[in-house]
Design a protein around this ligand. Structure first.
Ligand code: NAD
Length: 508
């Protein structure tokens, strides 16, 4: 059966039920989920209440007591099977991501591929949860450190990567011995339900205790409850900076741990030494991919004066070729925004940009007529601006690209860094000195800095995240797993005396 069949959509009333009692609860508000692709109702989803949430946390706590006793490589084997199940369902799940969220089918498949990749990564990681050993200053003593699971990990995710970001967290958290409670975006609950079904099948076949993977459907109120909850030692939250600040404040007030992946305001510096054809593809994909709704979307191009006019012309002609429409039709480059609110925010940003003196060289606007019935399709647009404009300092989650001129690389790097966010950045150059300056301590201040690659499309093997208002968290590859564990230092005395550290004498 296809993923949509497996959602068990009840055709009589548009609502659905989900097999496992932990996968969601049914006594509060019902939310209609309409596709931004065609505006049609896909399903009505019942949101969890506070009482439901408490039941889920209790079940997760019970599950943790068992799951933490499973050897880490055995937990890795379960995650390997989850990766295999995702391979089987890649086409269906990718299509559902595309239909529910509105990104292109290729990007929907790419998102599921990221889930598969992180599962593979986590399987290997399950045998590499390394601590260090140290030499003790005391005779016949041994010192080492080890990493233990934290317990219940709360995952709050955004609509734009409705499933991949959950899997980055869950796959690592599970091999580390944690149990997860996922609160997906209220805009994309169906893909979350589909993932929960896929995981459940694998977990049941392996007698994994119920509650290792929990899904709670709800809006920000559930997210706020998680942030306040001392039973949830780690909150991993992905979304806007506004949300991150609210979550961080609550979690810090109880001295919990938070891992934040927030907004970006990403720039590509296009130097006089750039391969301009390569820069064009990087810039256009970065700006219009996912209709400008990636945290790593290219929002600013900082272009050297000597190539500014010719590159602007290349951009204008490339934008003229972008096909906008049904993202499930692979002929199209760009699909819709997520909903009408996003369209309103896009239109307001265009007005704000004009009011500050921005000059549009490719105009925006909302598309109407056949194929655009959902009202969520907009034109990608380009404006010449100053980096200091308030609107340029702000992340508008839409395909609006800003052009900024520069003369010297020092100035370009300063402009690139002169925004509150610090996620992704790139330089296009064939000059080694320029590339190294950009990557140096005096270069980009972002968590991601690329050379001759655009700002979007990170790989699973590196640590993903950013600085400043992007929140400072790192997920996915490298040593990001450490965020999901607590470190313990152990000292063992195998002598027959009790020497004290620092040579302190204490005799009875
Ligand atoms: P959003 O902040 O509106 O919502 C994100 C999630 O947080 C949702 O699940 C929402 O219900 C929840 N939430 C909202 N307010 C909350 C609160 N006060 N307390 C607890 N939970 C709360 O973001 P969105 O519109 O879904 O996603 C777009 C944003 O996400 C953009 O800013 C984008 O840059 C960012 N993002 C960042 C990354 C990254 O890795 N840095 C990845 C994807 C998206």
């Amino acid at each position: 059966p296809s993923i949509l069949d497996r959602l068990q959509i009840n055709e009589n009333n548009g609502s659905f039920s989900i097999g496992n009692g932990l996968a969601g609860y049914h006594d509060t508000a019902v939310k209609n989920i309409n596709s931004p692709v065609d505006g049609k109702l896909i399903a009505a989803v019942t949101m969890a209440s506070g009482a439901n949430y408490d039941q889920v946390v209790a079940a997760a706590q019970d599950a943790f007591k068992v799951w933490r006793t499973w050897p880490a490589p055995k937990r890795g084997e379960i995650v390997r099977q989850v990766g295999d199940a995702l391979r089987q369902h890649k086409a269906d799940l990718g299509a559902l991501v595309s239909y529910e969220m509105g990104k292109s089918l290729q990007e929907g498949f790419g998102e599921v591929q990221e889930m598969i990749d992180i599962c593979d990564f986590a399987v290997g990681q399950s045998r590499q949860l390394y601590g260090l050993t140290m030499h003790s200053e005391r005779p016949q003593h041994r010192m080492y450190e080890q990493y233990h699971p934290l317990g219940v990990v709360g995952i709050i995710s955004a609509f734009n990567f409705p499933v991949a970001v959950w899997s980055w967290n869950a796959a690592l958290a599970w091999v580390c011995g944690n149990v997860c409670i996922w609160k997906p975006s209220e805009k994309t609950p169906l893909t979350a339900i589909a993932c929960q079904h896929i995981v459940e099948e694998v977990f049941k076949a392996n007698d994994v205790p119920t509650g290792v993977s929990c899904l709670v459907l709800g809006d920000r109120a559930i997210g706020e409850a998680m942030a306040d909850d001392t039973r949830v030692p780690l909150i991993s939250a992905t979304g806007s900076t506004r949300m991150g600040k609210a979550v961080a404040t609550k979690v810090a007030a109880r001295l919990g741990k938070s891992l934040l992946e927030l907004g970006g305001n990403n720039a590509i510096i296009i130097t006089e030494n750039a391969d301009l054809d390569m820069a064009l593809i990087g810039a256009v994909f970065g700006a219009v991919g996912t209709a400008g709704q990636r945290c790593t979307t290219t929002r600013r191009l900082i272009i050297h004066n000597s190539v500014y006019d010719s590159f602007k012309q290349k951009l204008i002609s490339a934008y003229g070729q972008i096909r906008i429409g049904d993202p499930l039709d692979e002929h199209n480059h760009m699909g819709p925004l997520i909903d009408q609110d996003a369209v309103t925010a896009y239109l307001r940003s265009i007005e704000a940009c004009k009011a500050e003196g921005g000059q549009f060289v490719v105009d925006g606007g909302v598309l109407e007529g056949a194929g655009y019935e959902s009202g969520c399709y907009v034109k990608p647009c380009i404006a010449e601006v100053e980096n200091s404009f308030a609107i340029v300092q702000h992340e508008t989650f839409a395909p609006i690209l800003y052009l900024i001129r520069y003369n010297a690389l020092d100035e370009a790097i300063e402009l690139q860094n002169a925004v509150p966010q610090g996620l992704s950045s790139a330089i296009m150059t064939n000059n080694l000195r320029q590339a190294e300056q950009f990557l140096s301590y005096a270069g980009s201040d972002c968590g991601i800095a690329n050379v001759n690659i655009g700002t979007s499309g990170a790989e699973i093997g590196g640590a993903f995240g950013g600085e400043k208002e992007t929140g400072g968290g790192r997920e996915s590859g490298s040593d990001a797993w450490k965020a999901y564990m607590r470190r313990q230092t152990n000292t063992i005395n195998y002598s027959s005396a009790l020497p004290l550290a620092q040579g302190i004498k204490f005799d009875l």
